[in-house]
Structures are given as structure tokens and as C-alpha cells.
Design a protein around this ligand. Structure first.
Ligand code: IDP
Length: 139
């Protein structure tokens, strides 16, 4: 059964292009409640650990460099059917394929610098939220 939480990051491209406020506004306007929020800058080691599942993929090294190239915003979000609804709100991985009005359609630069992350399953939402936030930092 779907849980009601997902995890997101506003990636370095969207942060450096000044889109934090607009993206958070899109997220809350779509009915998501912010449960935890953090502005941070990942080291290469931390970005590498977060994307460990993609270690064998050809873009892994570039992705780790990109994700540690500047600050990001991490958040845990709550809404009914959160994981699926959030994936719809952000759109396809490649912004060229992202539906009109989705966050990636509006703010992403490329398939790599694609503005936001959204968990792909309830299990990963839990793992990813725990990666960034302690019990004291969420409620
Ligand atoms: P998702 O973020 O839409 O779930 P994944 O396939 O899980 O997409 O890939 C994780 C991240 O890796 C993407 O959001 C994007 O930043 C990057 N990525 C995915 N495919 C490519 C690619 O073909 N070239 C470069 N980067 C990619």
C-alpha cells in the first residue's frame, strides 16, 4: 500500500538558477506538506553514497560531480499517494520529455541537471529521508 511520504532534493542547477522559492511554491501548491527541510552542500563522498544504486551506470561519476558542485535543498514531503503524485509533479527524467507545467519542464537544464529528485518507491522514500534527516529534524 502507498505510504504518504516522499523525499526530494532541489538540485544544484535549480538552486544556482534561483528557483528554490518557485519550486517550493509549486510543491506546496500541489498539496504537499513539508515535514523536514534542509539547505546543504554535499561532499563527493556523500553524493556518491546517496546515488550508490547507480554506481554501475555510465553517468554515475558525472552525476556525483554535479550533485556536489553546489548547494542543494533536501525535504521530506507528505501527501496521500506521495511518491506517485510527486513523480507526476516533477515529470520525466529528461526535461525534453517532461510534460508541460511539470517542475522539470519549467526549471530543468538537461537530463543530468534536471532540477529535482523524487523518490521512486515508498521504500526508497524512507531510506532517502533517513539518509538526510535525524529523528530530531522531522515530525
Ligand atoms: P529519476 O531521477 O527521474 O528517478 P534516475 O534514472 O533514477 O532518474 O536517475 C537518477 C539521476 O541521474 C537523474 O535524475 C539525473 O540527474 C541523472 N541521470 C539519469 N539518466 C542520465 C543520463 O542518461 N545521463 C546523465 N545523467 C542521467
Amino acid at each position: 500500500m502507498a505510504t504518504n511520504r516522499t523525499f526530494t532534493m532541489i538540485k544544484p542547477d535549480a538552486v544556482s538558477n534561483g528557483h528554490i522559492g518557485a519550486i517550493l511554491n509549486d510543491i506546496t501548491s500541489a498539496g504537499f506538506k513539508i515535514i523536514a527541510l534542509k539547505y546543504t552542500h554535499l561532499s563527493k563522498e556523500t553524493a556518491g553514497a546517496f546515488y550508490e544504486v547507480h554506481k554501475e551506470r555510465p553517468f554515475y561519476a558525472d552525476l556525483v560531480s554535479f550533485m556536489s558542485s553546489g548547494p542543494i535543498v533536501a525535504a521530506i514531503l507528505e501527501k496521500d499517494n506521495a511518491v506517485e503524485d510527486f513523480r507526476k509533479l516533477i515529470g520525466a527524467t529528461n526535461p525534453a520529455d517532461a510534460a508541460e507545467g511539470t517542475i522539470r519542464n519549467k526549471y530543468a537544464q538537461s537530463i543530468e541537471a534536471n532540477a529535482v529528485h523524487g523518490s521512486d518507491s515508498d521504500e526508497n522514500a524512507e531510506i532517502e529521508g533517513n539518509f538526510y534527516f535525524s529523528q530530531l529534524e522531522r515530525f
